[in-house]
Design a protein around this ligand. Structure first.
Ligand SMILES: Cc1ncc(COP(=O)(O)O)c(C=O)c1O
Length: 344
């Protein structure tokens, strides 16, 4: 096995069965309706290749954000674009700055591409430690905003300061950007070092179709398109994503549902003894009142999956749950209460 990959372990792959999934931060409204309608109506000639660079989707996104097709790179999930960014811009042994805690797969993409992930702790309230992140020897600084698993957005002024002072690229991963209300996308042409990542897996309710994109100035996007595997976004997923971009009402409804249910869920968790952290996204990280493994395993036995972050530094004894509908949250809270009280 390649030396940089020998320490890798397989990614999260739970036995799902009939369990309620509150562990992946997907959209609790279910499949994107415009995408589902597109899929049901399609009689595609799958003998043809898709468009090499997903021009149709990039045009739809350019319209949505009032940018140009050349500002975008489209691919198979934002995970592919993260990989492409490292493939395009890093050399063997380059240092990449990764905040802790943040998205677990960053370390994997960095080392897969031969780089070294340099961990820099977030502050006590999970904000960016700007001076610490600006390491002189770093090729890329990567950060999710809103952050996964903590749920909070970073302050735009801190992101801006990092962009201005960094000698290297700054990747702002906005996988949960629709929920946050702030975005760096409108600013991509202002900076020569900004890449924003977005996904159709969360608010767009299309995780199964694997669609993501990056937004940056045209120069950066062009370099990434040269490195990305041609045709990596299949034509069915691209067509569904174009349909989904056309239904912004669904995105507004999805965001409203999360906004309406965030505080009630957080309050319910507090009543059970959890300590939830502030969230700007569709999930909540909370310190568990009992052992984190007992909590996640106990819930799993009762048919509810949440995600365990309790063994990791900075999120000791913490678990993360998606914010559900009122009905889903009530089930989660009732089952958590049973787990805490030891009811079988
Ligand atoms: C912060 C962050 N970035 C990227 C991704 C990957 O999303 P995708 O499904 O588009 O590959 C996730 C998925 O959970 C995420 O939480």
């Amino acid at each position: 096995m390649r030396s940089t990959a020998r320490h890798f372990q397989r990614y999260y792959n739970p036995e799902v069965g009939n369990a309620i999934r509150m562990d992946t931060n997907t959209n609790v409204l279910g499949s994107n309706p415009a995408a589902a309608k597109f899929l049901a109506s399609q009689k595609m000639d799958v003998n043809d290749y898709p468009n090499t660079y997903s021009d149709g989707l990039r045009d739809a996104l350019a319209d949505l954000y009032d940018l140009e097709r050349e500002n975008f790179v489209a691919g198979s999930g934002s995970d592919e674009l993260l990989d492409v960014a490292f493939k395009t811009f890093t050399e063997w042994n380059d240092n990449i700055t990764v905040p802790v805690p943040s998205y677990t797969l960053y370390d994997y993409f960095v080392s897969m591409n031969g780089g070294k992930a340099c961990a820099v702790d977030l502050t006590d309230d999970f904000q960016l430690d700007v001076d610490a992140l600006l390491r002189p020897d770093s090729k890329i600084i990567i950060m999710p905003s809103p952050n996964n698993p903590t749920g909070n957005s970073f302050r735009p002024k801190d992101i801006e300061e990092i962009l201005e002072r960094s000698e290297g690229l700054v990747v702002v991963d906005e996988a949960y950007g629709e929920y946050a209300g702030t975005s760096m996308i409108p600013r991509v042409d202002e900076f020569d070092n900004l890449i924003v990542m977005r996904t159709f897996s969360k608010a767009y309710a299309m995780a199964g179709l694997r669609v993501g994109y990056s937004v940056s100035n045209k120069n950066i996007s062009d370099m990434m398109n040269c490195v990305k595997i041609p045709y990596s976004l299949n034509m069915i997923s691209e067509g569904a994503a174009i349909a989904a971009v056309g239904d912004q009402d669904f995105i507004r409804r999805s965001v409203k549902l999360v906004n309406d249910n965030r505080t009630p869920l957080s309050d319910g968790l507090i009543k059970l003894g959890f300590e939830p952290f502030p969230s700007d996204s569709n999930f909540i990280l909370a310190r568990s009142p009992i052992d984190h493994k007992a909590m996640t395993e106990g819930l799993k036995k009762k048919g509810v999956l949440i995600r365990d972050f309790g063994s990791k530094r900075r999120t000791e004894n913490c678990v993360r749950t998606t914010i559900g509908t009122k009905e889903l949250n009530d089930i989660l809270l009732a089952k958590a209460e049973e787990v805490i009280s030891g009811k079988k």
